[in-house]
Design a protein around this ligand. Structure first.
Ligand code: RI2
Length: 300
């Protein structure tokens, strides 16, 4: 197996997971391929392989397409120069992604008040950075985290936050509505796998139910999504494919059909604000962000 195959397999099997981390892993794989002397055609083939690894998080094709776009800009150069410049361009992009995370953490933490109880679902590095920043700023926060069946990524959220010193309570997914009310949750924070042109959110299965409960309880819902998570293809009306994973992740009962969708869609009317690296915006502003940030993609 080539290195690209190994990375694609790790993304598919979720050894590497989280919308941001899979995008970074793909960009690093392409950078390494350039270092080994790959040309543009070989990069494009590798890019398609990486993109096919998981269908729902737009961060993955966005990162791959951007690396290919950068490489195309250097196509006319002699091979050695192509290699040097493309590696450096992809490195700069990776640095930019880190800077975005720091900025989003700062913007998101501003929205949390001292003493608040915040809730999250599944595991998002972006949301975790916001909570860590709020804590570092001296705010005494409490976190309510769901398990996120069937793969229990919420256990990871609870572990990461507890190790950092943030008080965290873990609940089963179906306890969400009851515990939001009982613990008087102040705000819900979701990460994002994809944000569409309408400001709808594709995120871990169960997000939409929590958003409905939040609306019912009058709790604000905030989405932490760098521009990497916005879907330029949705401008042309293309839908996000919802990943259906192996039913065995849920259960194995002879004679019973088991369905295992990994994501769901929370409509923009259930979302109060989207936190991006450039500030906080209402979901209705998704169109403008896409035009501004993805001009290169939309014009292709
Ligand atoms: P960051 C995860 O998907 C969750 O849905 C999470 O909200 C999202 O990625 C974003 O994560 P999965 O890979 O990019 O666990 O904020 O299926 O880390």
């Amino acid at each position: 197996m080539s290195d690209v195959d190994v990375v694609a397999e790790s993304i598919e099997s979720m050894k590497v997971r989280g919308a941001r981390d899979i995008a970074i892993a793909a960009a690093e794989a392409l950078r390494d391929l350039v270092k080994e002397g790959a040309n543009l055609t070989e990069l494009k083939i590798a890019g398609e392989k990486l993109k096919a690894a998981r269908p729902s998080a737009i961060s993955l094709p966005n990162a791959v397409d951007y690396c290919i776009y950068l490489s195309e800009g250097n196509e006319v150069m002699p091979p050695e120069q192509f290699k040097e410049k493309t590696v450096s361009d992809i490195e700069s992009y990776l640095t930019e992604l880190n800077t975005s995370l720091e900025r989003i953490a700062k913007v998101g933490a501003e929205l949390i008040k001292d003493g608040e109880t915040v809730m999250t679902h599944c595991q998002s590095d972006t949301v975790a950075s916001i909570f860590r920043k709020a804590y570092d700023d001296g705010k005494k926060i409490k976190v309510l985290a769901t398990e996120a069946r069937p793969r229990h990524q919420g256990h990871l959220t609870a572990k990461i936050l507890a190790e950092y010193g943030i008080p965290v309570t873990l609940i089963i997914d179906s306890a969400a509505h009851y515990m939001m009310k009982k613990l008087r949750v102040d705000k819900v924070f979701f990460g994002a796998d994809t944000v569409t042109v309408d400001g709808d959110l594709v995120n871990k299965i169960g997000s939409s139910q929590i958003a409905l409960a939040a609306k019912h309880l009058d709790i604000p819902v905030l989405v932490a999504a760098e521009s990497l998570k916005f879907n330029p293809r949705s401008i042309f009306g293309r839908d996000v494919e919802i990943e259906m994973r192996d039913p065995k992740e849920v259960a194995e009962i002879p004679g019973v059909e088991i369905l295992n969708p990994a994501f769901d869609v929370t409509e923009s009317e259930y979302i109060d604000m989207i936190i991006t690296e450039d500030g906080v915006m209402p979901p209705a502003a998704a169109y403008s962000l896409l035009r501004e940030k993805y001009g290169w993609e939309i014009l292709k």
